[in-house]
Ligand binder design. Structure first.
Ligand code: ADP
Length: 426
């Protein structure tokens, strides 16, 4: 197993503490209270929620939930982390309930960017909802954390080169945009003691270039003035997200070949120059996505340090995505799991394999059947994107309407039929 990452020979484990919206407690006080609570909690560490002791009124009054994160970085194969092996790193945050603040461009009603204060309620739970083959999310988090650390420590970029540009590329619908937003949210939580304020600006490149090129120049200038203002405050951590960066390269190419108005080349170039300037600011992380995997001809991303291919979900990821969908339908009462009062617990992928291999007499055929059907469904949706997968249970429900949703096996059979139909329509 990997060597402990730290001091005192202990594993550093992040513990995220979300304050209630109504809480006015000081972050530092809550942090101390949680650290004290964890010291007295002689239980092993695994990802997931931590119960708040009911007699701790300070915590129950102020804290919405406490979550242990990233233990799988250190342990795998159902190993456990014992409390004395762990040094918890407590991060306390309060979600911003404001939705995106959009900038509508006068008459045209096109918004050239949206802005969120992080951590935002809109992105709560997004990181956890994204399922990839092991390590992708952790790798991104570690890269970005190292980049921020180098900056904070003042490492001379002439001696050690690094940058704060992330490029996620891969087929559409694989969660790249969501992953960028979720990453920004995570980093804003993890780095809140260094950067108490954090924002995400999503640049809508499409609307910047779609029509009024003569207006676009002004929009770009306005946008970057705004970003520059945020960046000048050195307690601010600013994330700039540009989706489908390849559209910038395409617009420039089209302009050069004369098929686009010549104004557009000025706008694209202005944008690229501004991005180039921005990347030297220490408190900015530029997040970009692209649906093409070929090299992208844009100066500010071609040397991105953090490049990751985001592919369609693997069998294990598909199984987990479908399981999380069903759990949500069960939670909301749309599907019911009890048959003769038995509650069904959908096993995670590693337990599933064991379960299918060695069913015991205690397992009802009903339960086993559900597991089999779910696995079959996961196999059937090979090649579908994560986005399509998350729509399947809805489509299946619509198709299933007249039947009752109390029989999970029937529902799953409808879902498998839906998958077959969806695949034939790709
Ligand atoms: P992209 O930017 O790659 O086109 P999006 O971020 O727009 O993809 O993804 C759309 C939605 O699809 C996400 O919000 C998420 O619900 C779902 N999704 C895609 N990939 C995954 C995945 N690997 N795990 C879980 N959900 C996913």
């Amino acid at each position: 197993s990997p060597a402990p990452a730290v001091a005192e020979d202990k594993f550093l484990i992040s513990v995220e503490v979300c304050l209630k919206p109504s809480s006015t407690a000081r972050i530092e006080d809550v942090k101390l209270a949680v650290e004290r609570m964890l010291e007295n909690r002689n239980l092993s560490y695994a990802d997931g929620p931590v119960d708040i002791p009911q007699d701790d009124t300070f915590l129950t009054d102020n804290v919405q939930r406490i979550c242990i994160c990233d233990t799988e970085e250190w342990v795998s194969n159902n190993d456990i982390l014992l409390f004395w092996q762990v040094k918890p790193l407590v991060h306390v945050y309060q979600l911003s309930e404001e939705g995106p603040c959009e900038d509508l461009d006068g008459d045209s009603q096109l918004s050239s960017f949206s802005e969120w204060i992080l951590p935002a309620k809109d992105f709560d739970g997004m990181w956890e909802s994204l399922v990839y083959e092991s390590g992708l999310k952790q790798r991104l988090l570690r890269y970005a954390a190292s980049a921020l650390l180098f900056t904070e420590k003042g490492v001379d970029p002439l001696l050690v080169a690094w940058n704060r540009i992330v490029l996620l590329h891969g087929p559409p619908g694989t969660g790249k945009t969501s992953l960028c937003k979720a990453l920004a949210q995570k980093l804003s939580i993890r780095f809140s003691s260094r950067y108490p304020h954090s924002q995400l600006v999503e640049v809508n490149a499409h609307s910047l270039f779609s029509k009024w090129f003569s207006e676009s120049g002004k929009l770009v200038a306005k946008l970057f003035q705004k970003i520059q203002d945020m960046v000048e405050e050195d307690n601010n951590l600013v994330f700039v997200l540009i989706d489908e960066v390849e559209s910038l390269a395409a617009a420039r190419k089209a302009a050069l070949s004369g098929s686009e108005p010549s104004d557009s080349i000025r706008v694209v170039n202005a944008l690229l120059t501004q991005m180039d300037k921005l990347k030297s600011s220490p408190n900015v992380i530029i997040l970009t996505t692209s649906n093409i995997t070929a090299a992208i001809d844009i100066a500010f991303v071609d040397r991105a340090d953090i490049k990751a291919y985001v592919g369609p979900p693997t069998l294990q990821a598909r199984y987990q995505i479908l399981t999380s969908c069903l759990q949500e339908l069960i939670r909301t009462g749309i599907l019911s799991t009890s048959q003769d009062g038995d509650q069904i617990i959908l096993p995670n992928y590693s337990c599933l394999k064991e379960k299918l291999a060695s069913s015991t007499p205690q397992d009802s055929d009903y339960h086993l059947n559900i597991c089999k059907h779910l696995f079959e469904a996961a196999e059937a949706c090979e090649g579908l994107s994560g986005r399509s997968l998350r729509k399947l249970p809805f489509l299946a429900h619509a198709a299933h309407m007249n039947a009752d949703c109390h029989d999970l096996t029937k529902f799953l059979r409808t879902m498998i039929n839906t998958i077959t139909r969806e695949r034939s329509e790709i």
